[in-house]
Structures are given as structure tokens and as C-alpha cells.
Design a protein around this ligand. Sequence first.
Ligand code: SIN
Length: 536
Amino acid sequence: MKPESEYDLVIVGSGIAGLSFALNVAKAGYRVAIFTKKDKAESNTNYAQGGIAAVTSAGDDLDKHVEDTLEAGDGLCDPKVVREILKEGPDRIQDLVNLGVSFSSLDDGRISLGKEGGHSKRRVLHVKDVTGKAIEDALLEAIAKQGVHLFEHYFAIDLITAKKVRKLGVEVEGEDDRVLGLYFYDGVDKQVKTIATPAVLLATGGAGQTYLYTTNPSIATGDGIAIASRAGLESMNLEFIQFHPTTFHSQKGDRFLITEAVRGEGAKLIDGEGRAFLKKYHPLADLAPRDVVARAIDREMKRTGAPFVHLDTVSMDIDFADRFPNVYKNCLDRGVDPSKEPVPVVPAAHYSCGGIPTQLDCSTKLKGLYACGEVACTGLHGANRLASNSLLEAVVLAHRGSKAVCTFIEGRKENSVELPEWIDGDAQVSDERVVLSHNLDELKRTMWDYVGIVRSTKRLERAQTRIRNLRREINEYHWNTKVDLPLLEARNLICVAELIVRSALQRKESRGLHYTLDYPDLAQKPENVMVGPLIC
Ligand code: SIN
């Protein structure tokens, strides 16, 4: 199937946010298409192991879930947003069950609830340790039945907006700025295509690939944030990059997530002498919020000079292979049997708590542009996301946002603007691929070394200078070369890295996931950091 030239809603990204949104809008009878840059199931959602947090047991209540979220968020969550989102949890979980997601249960038939850092109660629903994949599979089946068009290997390059086309001399009714369409790079035909639409949902996930070590798949190149920035939008709180405390340490650098639910079932972080060390750092020890645990590991590694710490999975009182089959297999593949020996672990970039500032109906400041999932910043996560709150945020806001989009599509006036075609550079794809891969290596290393778990103004400024140079180089390269996927991804990575650094430089305090040696304390008043658009 080829894409039509026009849709009521175009969704970029095929994770839980994009698929849930598509399902709802298509059910209302609108023409929806999802464009995804790799295979349809290749999303951050697919790799989510731990689960989805919601209040579903008698011993738990909404107030406790709200309190835990606010505590993890370190003063920067929007309490109203937190309550609004979390209260819808049980209904949206029921939607997933209705779609066929079969959450793990106990022998007595009750749902099995896991525990993760910062949660005062067991409230994480899961499908063993492959929760994201189970949800993704159910949603993919549902959208196929609903007739949603899904196009693989289409990379969203840029939004086409009224402001941009007016600058090219095209007449567009009214004075306002709004979405008119998108340019996509078709990775099969190797051509840029133009799609008209009044409404776009960015559901592109995170930006973990800006760092050398990450739990994120290769698709997590911050595309949505870069696209929104180039369309003139601000980004919010991008300095809050969550480092997951426990990824498998391998010499080759291919980090693999060891879900926090493993610690929820009793695993403990230990130093080289086999001593558990988290008690020294927080009363909740191994189940303290992630920022605390990741910093504690970083400190232990610096103290001892060891390149990793260990996770003691041997003394756990469970059948590891049965509860965590995916983690078990991946460890075995790398030569470690977690039921017999501790697992070597290190932190890695995991989740972007900031993003495109978005309302509870997923709308942004640009008319017709919506954002949902990790790419958006709603105020739920504040300065540090509570584990497993993000899948919940995606389904709750997709539910709300899809209603808002239907109203928007219904109320809009038809206008037929002749969209300008994409203008490519003259040159053919250059043989200088080595320049691109060198630039990317430098970017990821710079982010890891200077914009990591512990920061300082000097390190951030050093990172800023290097990233600006990289941006200049890539821009010259980009505009003089025929576009292709690696180049387009690199452009976005560099753009988002610069936005992260700018945001980090603006935050003159240590809060949540942003810890800087130059401002080790909290500022008096919690404030969001907004960073202006970057034309990259
Ligand atoms: C994990 O399973 O530890 C990751 C879950 C999350 O990041 O919410």
C-alpha cells in the first residue's frame, strides 16, 4: 500500500502512544495513518520490561500513588496533572485487558503486582518481564482490524506549517501559524514525499541515542523534539535525563536493561567485596528513586575505580528464570547465569522526562500539532519520573488527546493549500560516511562524559562548544547532500543534544535527575526551564 496524499490525522511513531491514539481516532471514523521509521514494532514501548503502574489493589489508593509520584519528581511535578492522569489508570488498564493484554497473575487468580523504585506499594502490572511487547502486540492487532494505515520505513523530516510556506510565497488563508502537512523520507523508494494533513501527532519516543550508553533502541533519536523545535516550539525541562541504574555491563558496550522489578523482588546492589551499599544513601535502599540509585552507583564506581557494580540476584527468593525470562535469557547469552552468580551492572541513559510542552489533551502551542508519550512534557514526571508511570501516561493521554483531535478535525475549515515540494541538495549521497559516524561518536561520547549523571558548568560549557561545532558541520553536510536516513537522524540527535545542554545550563540548582557540582542545592522555588527553538 502507498500512502494517500492527505489524511485527517498523521501519527509519527508506532509505540504505545501512537498506536493507542490511532485506534481511538480511527474508531471515530477519521482517516488516520501511522508512519514509522523502522519496522512497526520497533519502539521504546517494545523494550519496556517492568510494566505499567496503576492503583488496582485493595491496600493501595490514588493518594499514595500521587504522593510517590510527587516525591520522585522532586518538587517539579504539576500536582493537578499528576492526579488527573493517575486517577484514570484503572480504566485505561481495563481498556488494555479488553484488547487482550493478559497481565501476569498469582496462583490464586489475583493480578500479580510488581514493585519498583519510589513506589510505596506494589502496583506495577506486568506481563512477566515483556510488558511493553505484550501491549504493543495487542495494539498492533487492534489497529489492523480498525483499518488504520501503517507505513514502515517512513522517516518524518519536518512539519510543513503555514508560517514556513508563506515565507516561500505560498498564499495561506488567515494570519495564524498551523500545521499543513509533513515531509517524509521514504526509506524504500529513497525519496522525499509530501503528505497533507491538518493534524499531526508526534509520538516518537525518547532521545536515549544522544548518549554513548543507553537502554533505548536505535530509533530513539529525539526526532519529535527536533521537528517541533524546527517548527518554532520551545522545549521544556530537557535536562532531566533519567539514567536507569541497572543495565548489563559488557565490554562491548551493548547495554541491556535489567528491570528495576528485579530489585523489587529482592535483588541488591553490591560492591566489589559483596557488601550491599544503598542503605548508606537512602532509607529505601535499593528501591530508592532512580536518581538516587544511579548517583550512588556512580559514586561507588568512582570510589573503587571499578567499571561496574554487581546486582546480587543469587540470594533472591524466587525462580528467576520464571519471573524474568527475558532478562534471564539475555544474561545467559552474555555468559552470566543470574541464578548462580551476580550480574555486572552500570547505569545508562533511559528516559527523557522533559520534552515538548503539552496540555492534558496533548495539544501544543502550534495549532494542529499534538504530542504524546515520552516526546511530550506534561508535568507528570517533574524532575524525575516514577518508574512505570510512563506507559500509563501514554494510554491515559492518548485517550484524552484523541477526543480533542476529533473535535479539532470536525471543526476545521477546509483549505486547499498547494504544498511546496521538498527541495533536495544538488549533490549525490557523499562517500564521506566516515565524517558522519565520526561526528556521532563524538556527540555520544561528549554527552556521556560531560552531560551525564554528575554535571558541572565547565563540563556543560565544554559540551556546548563541541556540539555547536558538530551542528555547523552536519548542517553544511546536510544541505549540500541528498538526504538519507543516517543523515536525518544525526541532524536530530545533534539538535536535541544541544537543547539538552542549553536546558541544563539554565538550571542553576541540583534537582531530581539534574545534579551539578556548581549548584549542589535546590533553588528556593521550583521552576520549569524552557528553551527556545533551534533551527538545526
Ligand atoms: C524497568 O523495568 O526498570 C523500566 C521501567 C520504567 O522505566 O518505567
